[in-house]
Design a protein around this ligand. Structure first.
Ligand code: S5P
Length: 452
């Protein structure tokens, strides 16, 4: 037979313990998470486990064996098969119909039961289970536990007169995993802190500064926007969702000194004219040193996007420094965006958006991998190698009655570690758009500094 340590390492391979930051049911943050249910899916391991547990104490004392539902049910069953001690089953809830029994199987009053539990933490769930068995006239003298999380449960039960036998303790497990290089010293210290009742200090993931981002974001447009940001002490992008050329140019002129980019929806301009609209806009952009971001949200196959990007009325490829694109058509669909930076739409700000966690994870993988993409639009934190653009920013309101949901600049920088905030109506609908832009610029820069 293998050693207990070898056996544990076999069990560990099934993913029964994870290290990191986990919020327990109680709301407490724990540096590890235990789930022994996978053990039941490996028959060889389950059988060995049953024998290890049975070897821990003399068995002639027990008439029946019972597992605390659900994780310990297969364990108790395997122990019964290996030892021929008859199994009884404890229900989680009493049956609604018929006998309303809590304990199923064949037993008689006065018998002694060996109780099996997968993990003991505070002991609370065992203290609920035991009376339910004892109410049937069965005595419980001994409890066998696979893993003791060492949070007082064993001592509590022993103080009530039960004998508790544990196969592994979390400290012992940590020692074995440390010796094998599965966890580092910091994790061991965090776990020890946790076990001794100290509040565990998790290292807050630091956001990167714009200077640090300049080191890791290689795309030329990423470099440009970061440099403008540092020069102007601004992370503000104004969304110019106005519908005439005059309004667009006037807004650009007013907010230009305070922004890193002006975001357009060029197809909403009623009187679009390449010379009147674009040439003049480009002049203002040069004068005030900001980029043009066309929020086209391309969402088609590569060939169609290529046409939409370079042809038609707007000839976006002629003038935009950066464009937004969905990644829904897959990696190759983004190949057409040459000489421009792409900001991928990873998650949207509107109520009921279909960009759920799974979609965002898959979309982010494409965005990180594609050389044309240097940023993402999201309401979540995204990997450091992408610049994060966060729309849905407004200081004065929480929504627009059409599904838009707003947050503050402070939220975007503190919680999402964003790089750029996008403000539309908060600026262009303000009585004084220039003052509003200045206000958001100052608030955004302050929130950025505070998030460092
Ligand atoms: O998820 C998103 C993505 C974008 S690009 N939510 C958004 O609101 N946007 C755009 O940001 C939207 O198309 C609009 O142009 C701007 C937000 O405008 P506001 O007036 O609500 O600030």
């Amino acid at each position: 037979m293998e050693t207990k340590k070898e056996f544990f390492l076999e069990c560990y391979k099934l993913g029964i313990i994870k290290f990191g930051k986990f919020t327990l049911k109680s709301g407490i943050e724990s540096p590890f998470y235990v789930d022994l249910r996978p053990l039941a899916s490996d028959p060889k391991i389950l059988k060995s486990l049953a024998n290890y547990l049975l070897d821990m104490l003399p068995l002639d004392n027990f008439d029946v064996i019972c597992g605390v539902p659900y994780a310990a049910l297969p364990m108790a069953t395997a122990m019964s098969l290996e030892s021929y001690i008859p199994l009884i089953i404890k229900r989680k809830e009493a049956k609604q119909h018929g006998t309303k029994k809590l304990i199923e199987g064949i037993f008689t009053k006065g018998q002694n039961c060996l109780l099996v539990e997968d993990v003991i933490t505070s002991g609370a769930s065992l203290l609920e289970t035991i009376p339910e068995i004892e109410n049937e006239g069965i005595t419980v003298s001994d409890i066998i536990v696979v893993l003791d999380r060492q949070q007082g449960g064993k001592e509590l039960l022993e103080s009530k007169g039960y004998r508790v036998h544990t196969l592994f303790t979390i400290s012992e497990v940590c020692k074995m995993l440390r010796a094998e290089g599965h966890i580092d010293e910091d994790e061991v210290l965090r776990i020890n802190d946790f076990l001794t009742g100290n509040k565990v200090k998790f290292e807050e993931e630091k956001r990167l500064s714009y200077e640090q981002k300049l080191e890791i974001c290689e795309h030329s447009v990423a470099q440009k926007i970061l440099q403008i940001s540092l020069e102007k002490k601004s992370n503000l992008i104004v969304s110019a969702d106005v519908t005439t050329t005059q309004e667009l140019l006037e807004l650009a002129e007013k907010v230009g000194p305070h922004i890193v980019a002006l975001k357009t929806h060029i197809d909403i301009i009623l009187d679009f004219d390449a010379d009147e609209t674009i040439l003049k806009l480009k002049d203002i952009a040069t004068k005030h040193n900001f980029l043009l971001m066309e929020d086209r949200k391309f969402a088609d196959i590569g060939n169609t996007q290529e046409l939409q990007f370079a042809y038609g009325t707007f000839k976006i490829s002629n003038w935009a420094d950066l464009v937004t694109a969905q990644v829904i058509a897959g990696y190759d669909s983004l190949d057409c965006f040459r000489n421009v930076g792409v900001v991928a739409i990873l998650g949207m700000s509107s109520k009921g958006t279909l960009t759920d966690r799974n979609y965002q994870d898959e979309a982010t993988k494409i965005a990180v991998a594609h050389p044309n993409v240097f940023g993402g639009v999201s309401q979540r934190q995204i990997p450091n190698e992408l610049l994060l653009f966060t729309p849905g920013i407004n200081i004065n309101t929480s929504g627009d009655g059409k599904g838009q949901q707003y947050n503050t600049p402070e939220h975007a920088f503190r919680n999402l570690k964003t790089d750029f905030i996008i403000v539309g109506r908060g600026v262009y609908k303000a009585d004084d758009a220039e003052m509003a832009a200045l206000h958001y610029k100052i608030a955004g820069w302050k929130a950025y500094r505070e998030s460092l």
